[in-house]
Structures are given as structure tokens and as C-alpha cells.
Design a protein around this ligand. Structure first.
Ligand code: PEP
Ligand code: MG
Length: 565
């Protein structure tokens, strides 16, 4: 339960307060300083991108720079400031928001796509506007213990949320498979996505209940509803605590098949709790949030990466930590911020494609992981692999890195396991061949589903047909697991206790899930018979539709651990 804080459509509205007419010159001065700083930032970004990608890509910043000093915008601001008599950031925000609305309505896809660039400039200027020393904000919205309601949150926005002030969030767009939702789970933040008309229909300051388990937002709840939710919350917390108590029990099925239960990790603050959670190491470390963090300091160099990875390896020792190399692009953080957006980012420049086209940057990460492997147990895997050429390319660079480290006299684990993510149908089809090149597979069910049945994992309009149990997806998974190398599941499907029997039955040797799901998946595995799961999976693989597959697995789950439902 908390107060709702509604964020405006495009980026967080700045605090608003009234000013006196004589304060206007000082407001302009603050604004001019912010414009100059933004100009410097954009120029330096432009130079950076020019160096990495060339002049064409960097030209986008010319458009940003032009917009920064746009006469129409500045003219409007000049007119509005004396009439509104509010602090300059809130007037500038309103003027630019209006401008973006107009652009959105234009019947020209190119112009419409420019809205994102304008939003970026707006955010930069707002960030660079230093608070006025004499201004005591009078009308600040409540920021403590709020439930954030926003049109959209990017993974970067989500990673930046201050957990001490935000109880949870709800968005108008998004889907449960998006990286925004995955990050919310890692942060332990309740979140509800795809709520139509959220921003228009809700008001800041309204009391609200956010139920992240069932995906419900209740605005202005009655006393009775509040009471019901207070009880429900206490019950859920108690049940969870009981599950956590079993964290030291091995994840073996009733008939003795061991399933490695590992953690998916996104943030450094999770390192400490991994051991305590009882995870058998880390099955997926999504390094992109560390490498492309939104602090604006740029990509950490080899040394900084090595230090960071070493800390994680030591924290998890003796268990293995699987580092997934940079998976930029798609719906995640872009590799080169503010560069022209791609039309089909999910099919574009992401994952291993980015790394292979930037070998020097890729090799920094490979060397850093190799060096970290000397301090415990590390593994490495490559994301978004679509076929053998990428695997060969990545392995060649890895070998070069090993050689370079030997020359430098730096140690690493010569036997470090190397694997690939199976999340592109073409790779799953070729699993038998790819198996000769790597030590393990890790199935990314989020992307494998997205690509197999052509359903954008982020688009809320098609979220209801995103089915991980689509027979096509399940058959590709089975094919992958039959290829003869250990195969993990690291997509969100691994945390769905109705589907754990199917995964175990098809032959998964490892399940890696967000830390909060470990306790419940542990209990599920311990109550399953591998032989029963196998028999059920055989039937599921003959099924014609996703509902039948889900129902077969769910029935066995319900029979094996009714207490978890
Ligand atoms: C996946 O695609 O299932 C996966 C685990 O990778 P990510 O969600 O980071 O794309
Ligand atoms: Mg993926």
C-alpha cells in the first residue's frame, strides 16, 4: 500500500514551484548554464561515437544540438515564463512535452521517430539544471514510499529506481518478459505492466495497492480491501520465510537426479546474498547492466571489469559463476547511446553481433573474465548466437585472449567452461553441431519464444499470445537438450513452477532463476520424480497445442507439490 506517483508520459516531471518576477533573470541564467553543459556533453558523445562508428552515426548528435537551441522552443519558453511564474525546469518541461505531442500527431514516421531524440535532450537539460539556491520547492509531489505509475520505463530507468523511495511500479506499456520486468524482479520490486490509460486515469497522491503476484493495481482501496491485502501480504511473507528455511537442502529429485539450481544476477548488490540464498552459483550474470550502466562514465576497462568479476567469483566460490558476455541492444541498453534507433531492434545489432563487430571491446571482457576465473570457478557464455560462424568467431577471439594472457604472465583457469545461449531457433536446430564446439548450452526461453513464434517479448498488445509452451518452442528445447551437452534453462520459464516438471523431464541439467524464486523452485524439484517427468515430457512432445503441454506439466506439478499452489 502506498501513494501513487504518476510520472508524465515521457520522462519524470521535475518538481514545480512558483517564482517572483524579479527571479526570472536568475532562472534564465540557470537555464543557460544547463544548455552549455548539455552542449558540451553532446559534443563529447558525438566525438566518441564518431571514433567508434564513424561520422554518419555521429551525425545524430547534430540534430540533438540543433534542438537544444531551437528558436521555437526558446521563444515559447520566453513567453511562458513570465506568464506562469514557475521555475524554469517545469516550464521548459511543459513546453517540450507539448512540442512532442505535436510531433507524435504528424503523419510522418521519420518525424515521429525524432520524438525519442527530443526526449533525450529534455532529460539531459533537466538533469543539468542545478537547483536554484534560493528556491524552496513549495509544491513538490510526494516522493517517499510511492508507487510509481508511468507510461513506460526503460531497463535503464528501472535500474536507477531508488528502492528506499519506490515501493513498486506500474506501467501503461511493457510485458512480463521485458527486461524492465526482469529487473524489477531482481530488485525485489512489485511491478504491474500493460495497464491501459494508466497515466491519464490516475492521479498522484491517490492511495493504492499494488499486487505484483496477481498483476493487480487497486486505486483508492476500501477499508475492507486494505484489510484483505494486509492479511494476504502477511500470509505470503510467512510462506516465503518457510521456503527460505530449506535453502541448504540439495536440489535432487525424489529418484536422485541432481538439478543444479543457480541464480540469475543483474546487479552487484546481489552478490552478497547469492550464497545466503542457497543457489549453486550463478547460471546467468547479465553483464550488460554493469557494462553499460547509466552513470555516464562509459564502459569499464579490462582492469575494472576484472576487479568486478573477481569479486563475484570469490563471493560464489566454490560454485560456478557463468558470465554472459555483453548482450546489448534489443529492448535492453543500447551499446552506443542515442545512436539512430533501429527499426527492428530485436532482429538487429544485439548480443554476440555487437561483440564480434567490436573485437577490442569484446576482448577486454573476455580477458577480464578469464583472469577472474583464476580466483574460483567461472564460466563464460555468448548471447544471441544464431549459428556456427559466430561460435567460431567468438572462440577464436577467446583463444587469442588466452594467448595474450599467457604472454603477459597472467593466470586463468585453462579448463574454464565455455557455452552459448540457445535463444535463436536457427541455433536450436543446429544444436547437435554446435555441441561439438562448446561445453554447455543455456536456453534463453524469453528470446527463444519471441523468435520462434514471432511475438515481441516487450509488446503488451501481443503479450497474451507469448507462450513458452508453444509446441514449436518446446520441441526446439527438447532438440537442444538431446544434443549431448549439459543444458541449463535461464529464461523466465525456469521460475514457473507449473513448468518445472516439463523442464526436468526434457533433460535440463540446470535451472537458473532470479534469486527470489530459488526457494520455491528448490522445493518443486525436490518433490518431483525424474522418471515421472520424463514420461510426461514424452507425451507433451506429442501434443498439438500449448494449452495441452501446460496442462500436462501443471497436473504433475500439482500432484507433486500441491502446497506450492
Ligand atoms: C532469455 O532470452 O531467455 C534470456 C535469459 O536472456 P535475456 O532475458 O537477458 O534476453
Ligand atoms: Mg535473451
Amino acid at each position: 500500500m502506498g501513494m501513487l506517483r504518476v510520472e508524465a508520459r515521457d520522462c519524470a516531471a521535475p518538481p514545480m514551484w512558483t517564482i517572483k518576477a524579479e527571479e526570472i533573470p536568475a532562472e534564465w541564467e540557470r537555464f543557460e548554464t544547463a544548455l552549455t553543459k548539455t552542449e558540451e556533453e553532446l559534443m563529447s558523445l558525438k566525438q566518441r561515437v564518431e571514433k567508434i562508428s564513424g561520422a554518419t552515426e555521429a551525425a545524430i548528435f547534430d540534430a540533438h544540438l540543433l534542438f537544444l537551441r531551437d528558436r521555437t522552443i526558446l521563444g515559447k519558453l520566453n513567453k511562458e515564463l513570465p506568464s506562469r511564474l514557475q521555475n524554469i525546469e517545469s516550464v521548459y518541461y511543459a513546453v517540450v512535452q507539448n512540442f512532442m505531442e505535436v510531433m507524435r500527431a504528424v503523419d510522418d514516421p521519420y518525424l515521429r521517430s525524432r520524438v525519442l531524440d527530443i526526449r533525450d535532450v529534455l532529460q539531459r537539460v533537466l538533469r543539468n539544471l542545478k537547483p536554484a539556491t534560493n528556491a524552496a520547492p513549495q509544491k513538490q509531489e510526494p516522493v517517499d514510499s510511492c508507487i510509481l505509475a508511468a507510461y513506460e520505463l526503460t531497463p535503464g530507468d528501472t535500474a536507477d529506481l531508488d528502492k528506499s523511495r519506490v515501493l513498486g511500479f506500474v506501467t501503461e506499456t511493457g510485458s512480463t518478459m521485458s527486461h524492465t520486468a526482469i529487473l524489477a524482479r531482481s530488485l525485489g520490486l512489485p511491478a504491474v505492466v500493460a495497464v491501459p490509460r494508466l497515466v491519464i486515469d490516475s492521479r498522484s497522491g491517490s492511495p493504492a495497492i499494488l499486487d505484483g503476484y496477481d498483476g493487480i493495481l487497486i486505486i483508492n482501496p476500501s477499508a475492507e480491501t486494505r484489510k484483505k491485502y494486509n492479511t494476504l501480504r502477511a500470509e505470503r511473507e510467512k510462506a516465503y520465510r518457510e521456503l527460505v528455511r530449506m535453502r541448504d537442502l540439495p536440489t535432487d529429485t525424489l529418484d536422485g537426479r541432481h538439478i543444479r539450481l543457480a541464480a540469475n544476477v543483474e546487479f552487484a548488490h546481489e552478490f552478497k546474498s547469492i550464497r545466503e540464498s542457497g543457489a549453486e552459483g550463478v547460471g546467468l550474470y547479465r553483464t550488460e547492466f554493469f557494462l553499460l550502466g547509466s552513470d555516464g562514465r562509459g564502459m569499464p576497462d579490462e582492469e575494472a571489469q576484472y576487479e568486478h568479476y573477481r569479486r563475484l567469483v570469490e563471493a560464489c566460490s566454490p560454485h560456478e559463476v557463468i558470465f554472459r558476455t555483453l548482450d546489448a541492444g534489443g529492448d535492453k541498453l543500447p551499446f552506443e547511446p542515442l545512436v539512430e534507433k533501429e527499426d527492428n531492434p530485436a532482429l538487429g545489432w544485439r548480443g554476440i553481433r555487437v561483440s564480434l563487430s567490436r573485437p577490442e571491446i569484446f576482448k577486454q571482457q573476455l580477458r577480464a573474465v578469464l583472469r577472474a576465473s583464476a580466483h574460483g570457478h567461472a564460466g563464460i557464455m555468448f548471447p544471441m548466437v544464431s549459428g556456427i560462424t559466430e561460435v567460431r568467431g567468438a572462440l577464436k577471439l577467446l583463444e587469442e585472449c588466452r594467448e595474450e594472457l599467457r604472454e603477459r604472465g597472467q593466470t586463468f583457469d585453462e579448463k574454464m567452461r565455455v557455452g552459448i545461449m540457445i535463444e535463436v531457433p536457427g541455433a536450436a536446430m543446429m544444436a547437435d553441431v554446435l555441441a561439438h564446439y562448446v561445453d554447455f548450452f543455456s536456453i534463453g526461453t524469453n528470446d527463444l519464444t519471441q523468435y520462434t513464434i514471432a511475438v515481441d517479448r516487450v509488446n503488451y498488445r501481443v503479450a497474451s499470445i507469448f507462450r513458452v509452451t508453444h509446441p514449436g518452442v518446446v520441441r526446439l528445447m527438447a532438440r537442444t537438450m538431446q544434443a549431448g551437452v549439459p543444458t541449463a534453462i535461464c529464461g523466465e520459464m525456469g521460475g514457473d513452477i507449473s513448468l518445472v516438471p516439463l523442464l526436468v523431464g526434457m533433460g535440463a541439467t540446470e535451472i537458473s532463476v532470479g534469486a527470489h524464486l530459488l526457494p520455491v523452485v528448490r522445493v518443486a524439484i525436490r518433490h518431483l520424480s525424474y522418471e515421472e517427468c520424463r514420461a510426461m515430457a514424452q507425451k507433451a512432445l506429442q501434443a498439438e497445442d500449448s494449452a495441452t503441454i501446460r496442462s500436462l506439466s501443471h497436473s504433475l506439478a500439482l500432484k507433486s507439490y500441491p502446497q506450492l499452489f
